[in-house]
Design a protein around this ligand. Structure first.
Ligand code: NAD
Length: 494
């Protein structure tokens, strides 16, 4: 099944940080794929803006190399590349200073000609406020201007509030797109479609029928290349406060009255505000250990502490916690969330574990069987519902669980079976002016208000993360967190 491509309106897009890692790996490839899919209007103008003194030709070479490297199995068609590059230019600019701004102004087309102007802040967070101020003071914004702000959005409630205030002094909330690429994943949006488009699930989506929910975002990579940032951040700030919190909101929120940006975000906000403070004994922090090279090809990795060069580092590369949402729907249903680096597999999954049937007519020997809905965000986006059936054959009434499996790549994929990358979808949403999948300022602040006391508690207690082996499923204490409640984590599988 091939999805419909609806071309977007003409736009000028400035990528601040256009030579950076994110621009090269994600933003430019996303734009190129949308160009190849016929979604860009052909009159777009994409301006890379960064500190390096490059000519436009130099920058186009950088972009061409990045696209060849990062466009994946679909590859790069030379004619498409030439036509895409003809829409790309560059400005050497200092986001903290005065250099380059006049030239940027000269490259933007008049608002009367191309009203939609996007400024993508793909730079470190210290530049977010200076860029917003300079865009304003150089008169580069108009009513149709949108800014895209990358994570991290603050490092606590106070800094997030200050950043929101600065942005709000130059832009309306409707112009600010705080991006969380998890929300652009096909499955995440399908979560809403599955919940609110079917009669099947919603009546069961509450504490009466759901035993508990597990959200896992596991990575195999370490923190190489981001040591300074990560050492000041840790898994709680880097992943839990934003990505996992957003997934929790979508799985737990009430049905919005309509699929409209503020209606959806109002409901997400209510979830965050209904979260109880987390008890210290309901959180496990971990830090990965070194791994020796092993037979079978397993690579050696340094420990977290060696990677950051701090033998006494207390920053967590793993966190697992049990959360409770105090409202009518979820009272009594725990949500177990975990995320970590250097784990056994790369896998982002939500598991909705339903309760056992109230009475088994098949007797004790049939075993206990509960339905389980597994929502895979990556890799292999899709949804599996486990259903209990009779084991085939003559062995009597023995029960087994079988998966009803839907892989989105097969069911919905475009061009050879790969669904669009999250950045493709989200950037097109910005061009269209649709904020549904972007975080509102009050959501981000509420998430920090929940996270801050947890981090403050660790700091006050001098909490030291538990060591865990690289390539494992995390610290043993995270298993205990579940076992104390008579439950088990689902496996972390690729
Ligand atoms: P990077 O260090 O690779 O690139 C930074 C870019 O900013 C470069 O183009 C650099 O020239 C530019 N820059 C730095 N100082 C500047 C100045 N004074 N004026 C103008 N330009 C300046 O960083 P990155 O990895 O591309 O990350 C960019 C942002 O995106 C960060 O906020 C990061 O947290 C966020 N982010 C990155 C990733 C990722 O995978 N790389 C993922 C999610 C979020």
């Amino acid at each position: 099944m091939v999805s419909r491509i609806i071309p977007v309106a003409p736009f000028d897009l400035v990528i601040f940080g256009g030579t950076g890692d994110l621009a090269q790996r994600k933003i430019l490839p996303a734009l190129f794929r949308r160009h190849c899919a016929g979604q860009l209007p052909g009159s777009e103008w994409i301006i890379g803006a960064a500190r390096a003194g490059l000519s436009c030709a130099d920058y186009r070479n950088i972009v061409a190399t990045a696209l060849r490297e990062h466009c994946g199995p679909r590859g790069v068609d030379d004619a498409e590349l030439t036509s895409f590059l003809s829409r790309v230019s560059y400005v050497a600019l200092d986001g903290m200073g005065t250099q380059g701004w006049e030239e940027l102004a000269a490259q933007l087309r008049p608002s009367a000609e191309v009203p939609v102007r996007l400024f993508y802040f793909s730079v470190g967070p210290a530049l977010f406020a200076p860029l917003a101020e300079r865009l304003h003071s150089h008169g580069l914004t108009n009513g149709d201007t949108r800014i895209v702000v990358e994570k991290p959005f603050g490092r606590d409630l106070q800094t997030a509030k200050a950043l929101n205030r600065t942005l709000a002094s130059h832009f309306d909330e409707g112009q600010i797109y705080r991006i969380d690429h998890y929300l652009g994943k096909e499955t995440v949006q399908n979560l809403m479609a599955v919940r609110f488009g079917n009669m099947l699930f919603e009546p069961l989506w509450n504490s009466q029928y759901v035993d508990h929910i597990q959200i896992t975002v596991a990575e195999t990579v370490g923190i190489e290349g981001r040591e300074d940032y990560y050492e000041r951040s840790g898994a709680m700030r880097d992943m839990m406060q934003n990505h996992l919190m957003q997934l929790l909101c979508l799985i737990a929120m009430e049905p919005p009255a309509k699929f409209d940006p503020d209606a959806v975000r109002d409901e997400k906000l209510k979830v965050i505000r209904a979260l109880d403070p987390v008890e210290p004994h309901h959180i496990v922090r971990g830090q990965y250990q070194a791994r020796q090279a092993a037979e079978g090809g397993a690579q050696a990795h340094p420990s977290y502490r060696d990677t950051v060069g701090n033998p006494r580092s207390r920053t967590e590369s793993y966190v697992a916690l049990k959360a409770h949402i105090s409202n009518w729907r979820w009272a009594g249903t725990p949500f177990y969330l975990r995320t970590g680096k250097r784990l056994v597999a790369r896998s982002s999954v939500i598991n909705v574990m339903f309760k056992d049937a109230p009475h088994s007519i098949f007797g004790a020997e049939a075993g206990r069987h509960a339905n389980h809905l597994k929502i895979r965000l990556q890799p292999n986006e899709g949804i599996t519902l486990s259903v209990t059936i009779k084991e085939p054959g003559q062995g009597g009434m023995r029960l087994i669980d079988v998966p009803l499996d839907m892989s989105f790549a097969e069911a919905l994929g475009e061009e050879g079976g790969t669904p669009p990358d999250a950045y493709e979808r989200l950037i097109m949403d910005v061009v269209r002016g649709d904020q549904t999948l972007f975080m509102r300022g009050d959501e981000v602040e509420a998430a920090w208000a929940w996270t801050d006391p947890i981090i403050a508690g660790w700091e006050a207690r001098g909490d030291v993360p538990k060591p865990y082996d690289s390539g494992s499923t995390g610290p043993g204490d995270a298993d205990l967190l579940m076992r104390r409640d008579g439950r088990e984590w689902r496996g972390i599988n690729p």
